[in-house]
Design a protein around this ligand. Structure first.
Ligand code: UDP
Length: 235
């Protein structure tokens, strides 16, 4: 188990202890700007694993199929094997980040309707944005699969907006990744944590997510710990 099959920026993947499974280990490393900025944030792996596991259990209980089988340790989970669809699926409720920059909309502006956006998961190309017709033309996914992923992403958004609101947090936007199992089902993979969501305090709009690292706002892990504490109290 000591050599990962794959090592990403924030996670390591090992062979699983059961057939058709993998073990995922959350790391303390944080990167931003396509890997240009890097730091090791003490305890990030433990906090993100705990937050993501809590969220994935909540989603599974509400009918969203996920890769999570069981929690193995503080930073380790056993997951179902799935072939990752190389798409970053982003859902936006409020303008922020690249959306604000690209379309000239102030951060924090409410959107008239939800945005579902796709990017190609490829750091060397800078994760370019894709329309559904790009996805079809490049053979990344079929039409029914794009539909399935969109419906699941919107359902995740509904469930998480409500869950975070109970925790006194506004879900601004988030990114999810999906994979295809051997039997052809599309399931939620990867993680959902403050690394992959924008989370603002519902009263003060204070940022409680990775933007604290990206923008050097400080006390990054204190805010991640607060997200976990509030979610545990809300669930
Ligand atoms: N995001 C992510 N991984 C990426 C790009 C974006 O998890 O490689 C998340 C990000 O944390 C935010 C949402 O997706 O919650 C939308 O990000 P955006 O497109 O605004 O990009 P950014 O401003 O982070 O470059």
């Amino acid at each position: 188990m000591n050599t990962p099959i794959y090592e990403g920026k924030a996670k390591q993947i090992f062979a699983g202890t059961e057939p058709n499974t993998y073990l995922i280990r959350f790391k303390d490393d944080a990167t931003a700007g396509n890997g240009e900025k890097h730091a090791v944030l003490d305890n990030k792996g433990v906090l993100n694993a705990a937050i993501s596991n809590l969220i994935y259990r909540h989603l599974a209980q509400n009918g969203v199929p996920t890769h999570l089988i069981k929690v193995i340790g503080e930073t380790d989970i056993l997951v179902r094997a799935a072939k990752i669809i190389p798409l970053e699926v982003i859902v936006r409720n409020v303008a922020a980040g690249s959306f604000s920059k690209k379309y000239g909309v102030a951060e924090g502006s409410e959107l008239k309707s939800r945005v579902v956006e796709f990017s190609l998961k490829d750091d060397s190309l800078g994760d370019p944005m894709l329309s559904p017709s790009h996805i079809l033309a490049l053979g990344i996914a079929a039409e029914e699969e794009i539909f399935d992923v969109t419906v699941q992403a919107l359902k995740i958004n509904e469930l998480l907006t409500e869950l975070f609101a109970k925790a006194g947090i506004r879900l601004i936007d988030f990114k999810v990744e999906f994979g295809k199992t051997d039997d052809g089902n599309i399931i939620l993979c990867d993680e959902i944590s403050p690394d992959s969501c924008r989370l603002w305090d519902i009263n003060t709009n204070e940022k409680m997510d990775k933007d604290r690292f990206r923008r050097d706002l400080g006390n990054v892990m204190d805010y991640y710990a607060e997200v976990l504490r509030r979610l545990q109290a809300a669930i």
